[in-house]
Design a protein around this ligand. Structure first.
Ligand code: PHE
Length: 343
């Protein structure tokens, strides 16, 4: 019986190490260690042996059983990882390759020129200590008009043709609504910018869109003057256009600033000589701005006797148009990939 045991052991170990499939190993396991297996049969027949023989053979049988079980597990896991490596080798795909039938590399998307400009401006203002705030596109009448010193039935409401919703709310006509939300949120002194999409119920032409982008800005502190406003605006324009830009201020009417201005820049397309973009005037209207009206400060919960500030509303589309010499604002939302691919 001893010899038989050793023979089973040697044969089985040989078979295990030469087997090439997990199924084969399982078959070996059943044949030798299963309920009716060769080794199991020996263990079962131990009772027929003498006491001495029984303990010796029993001990050896159990050793061999453990050794075989070990060998089986080891070989199984070897074959398992070999199978996985083989799958990885045979089934990997190169995601950077062209798809079948295509001749050029897959097209990569990129950031829209308006977003590029927006992020750049956020960076410029962040470096000057401004915080970037957000606001909703569907807006309450209160934030878009009322708190900006434009009461109901005020003729200034006609300056901004509005998309109203049936329940009396609106799509914001300007980012100035963010001024009020900012004042509610922050304690003076503070500096904020609020970029975003705005909407006007307007027919479109080369310089008008019903959907466009602005960056609102507001600085509240002690003794803010027009000089502070001009400095920050010129600093911004110098960074955006990477050159000193000539500016001029004209009076402009906005109920939420007093005094209010239109800041024009010398036309960068023609260098101020006069062209189609500046309508032969040499100047381009770019930045409405002014000192914050005391009523607006009050709406924002800020004491106008202690604090003052400036605000501006930068037209992002126009800024991008100036930078690249784009002459029709409607390109931006046209979805024409030939236009967008240029940026
Ligand atoms: N909100 C104004 C507009 O869209 C622009 C503006 C902003 C004017 C801030 C003055 C101060 O026309």
């Amino acid at each position: 019986m001893k010899e038989e045991l050793e023979k089973i052991k040697d044969n089985t170990l040989k078979e295990i190490s030469s087997s090439a499939a997990i199924d084969d190993i399982e078959a070996i396991r059943v044949r030798v260690l299963g309920r009716k297996g060769e080794l199991t049969a020996i263990l079962r027949s131990l009772g027929k042996l003498s006491h001495e023989e029984r303990s010796e053979t029993g001990k050896r049988s159990n050793e061999i059983k453990a050794e075989l079980e070990d060998a089986i597990e080891k070989r199984k896991s070897e074959l398992g990882s070999a199978a996985i490596s083989k799958l990885i080798q045979s089934e990997w795909i190169d995601l950077t390759l062209n798809s079948p039938g295509s001749t050029s590399l897959r097209a990569h998307g990129h950031i829209h020129p308006i977003s590029q400009m927006q992020y750049e401006i956020e960076d410029i203002f962040s470096s000057m200590g401004f915080e970037v705030l957000d606001g909703p596109e569907p807006e309450l009448e209160y934030y878009n008009f009322e708190a900006l010193n434009i009461p109901k039935h005020h003729p200034a409401r006609d300056m901004q043709d509005t998309f109203w919703t049936e329940d009396g709310n609106l799509l914001r006509t300007h980012t100035s609504a963010i001024q009020i939300r900012g004042m509610e949120k922050k304690e003076p002194p503070f500096r904020i910018v609020g970029p975003g999409r705005v909407f006007r119920y307007e027919s479109t032409d080369a310089s008008h869109e019903n959907t466009f982008y602005q960056v609102e800005g507001m600085m509240i502190d002690k003794n803010i003057s027009v000089a502070n406003l001009i400095f920050v605006m010129k600093e911004l324009l110098r960074e955006v256009f990477r050159q000193d830009v000539k500016v001029r201020l004209r009076p402009g009417y906005f109920p939420f600033v007093e005094p209010g201005f239109e800041l024009d820049i010398s036309c960068l397309i023609c260098g101020g000589k006069g062209c189609g973009v500046c309508k032969q005037s040499g100047w381009v209207e770019l930045l409405p701005c002014g000192l914050v009206h005391p009523n607006v400060l009050k709406f924002g919960g800020i004491d106008p006797d202690k604090w003052s500030g400036f605000a501006f509303g930068l037209g992002l589309n126009r800024l991008v148009m100036m930078r690249y010499g784009i002459t029709d604002i409607r390109h931006f939302l046209s979805g024409d990939i030939r236009f967008l691919n240029q940026f």
